[in-house]
Design a protein around this ligand. Structure first.
Ligand code: FAD
Length: 289
């Protein structure tokens, strides 16, 4: 396969700033998705720790930030330290943080939207479920930004509800010259977001994995000739299943963006558990900013 003039995705590195923001608004978009809008003076340039820090910027739809929470056991908030363009991370205790996609940033209004899946468990999910306007939170990033490919023959965007903020953001301004095929698995039909155009909604089904549902839907596509781009994100197992789809479609490594956004807990033997913890630790280190 070849596509004339194809420019593969490119990863940009950005200076990292730790900001203290406040909650402006909290809105339920669907039964399982809550939008938290953040604002504050530190979205602009400011000075801290002896450094002149740059205003908040975001360039591409799957840019994400890290949010910091008190340790669930000690209730102590540990933060990384601002350094010149990057953060220094303490090892013990390590900061408790979670990653969230920037759904929208309105520089003029000074508003940053993050969409939280209300999955019923977990520090960030619980924070989003109970947070009120005025409450404060530390936010860092984005550290990197992926520029999507140019002149690809097609794009496939696929994932579960955690991938939805990024997929919806891509669909806000799809490329003019490339057909985009977008799929998201959501818990219920009521979780389909009317504001998102150009997406195929799949409702989660008992006994069928998200990966299988997405793979079946992708399998029904008649893709245009030429080299395409696949962006996939969601639960780690779902992403694994979709990697196999990418392979079957002959998607080149440089044209595959696959990210495990969260991990279903493993039930089973001790060895399996140890492997999972090791994989999570590796992922945590890789995800530091
Ligand atoms: C780059 C990136 C961008 C992301 N963007 C978003 C985003 O925009 N919106 C969003 O909602 N999530 C997003 N995620 C996923 C989110 O960071 C994880 O779901 C995170 O684990 C949630 O943290 P928590 O504290 O609520 O749960 P944790 O404390 O991490 O986990 C507690 C338990 O909940 C389970 N769990 C975690 N997430 C889910 C889920 N979504 N559904 C069901 N069970 C779950 C875990 O397996 C664990 O058993 C993103 C992740 C990455 C890496």
């Amino acid at each position: 396969m070849s596509t004339e003039g194809l420019v593969p995705p490119e990863l940009l590195e950005l200076p990292v700033v730790l900001r203290h923001l406040h909650v402006v608004r909290v809105v339920d978009i669907t039964p399982h998705m809550r939008r938290v809008t953040l604002g504050g003076e530190q979205l602009g340039a400011f000075r801290a720790e002896g450094f002149d820090l740059t205003p908040f910027v975001t360039h591409n739809p799957d840019d994400f930030v890290k949010l910091f929470f008190p340790d669930p056991e000690t209730d102590v908030l540990t933060l990384p330290e601002q350094d010149d363009g990057h953060l220094d991370w303490p090892r013990r205790p390590a900061p408790t943080h979670r990653s969230y996609t920037i759904r929208r940033y309105d520089e003029a209004a000074g508003e940053l939207d993050l969409d939280f899946v209300l999955h019923g468990d977990g520090i960030a999910g619980e924070w989003a479920r109970t947070v009120q306007p005025g409450e404060k939170i530390h936010v860092a990033g984005p550290r990197t930004s992926t520029v999507p490919p140019k002149r690809a023959a097609w794009w496939i965007l696929a994932g579960d509800e955690t991938a939805l903020p990024a997929i919806a953001h891509y669909l806000d301004a799809p490329p003019a010259d490339t057909p985009v095929f977008a799929f998201a698995v959501v818990p219920d039909a009521a979780d389909e977001q009317a504001e998102v155009e150009g997406i195929t909604w799949l409702t989660r089904r008992d006994g069928v994995s998200d990966g299988k549902q997405l793979a079946d839907a992708i399998g029904e596509l008649s893709l245009p000739e030429g080299e395409g781009w696949m962006w996939i994100a969601g639960e780690a197992g779902t992403v694994r299943e979709l990697r196999a789809v990418a392979k079957a479609l002959g998607v080149d490594k440089s044209m595959l963006d696959a990210s495990g956004y969260w991990r279903q807990p493993v039930t089973g033997g001790v060895l399996k558990r140890v492997r999972t913890l090791r994989a999570q630790a590796t992922e945590t280190l890789a995800g530091r900013i």
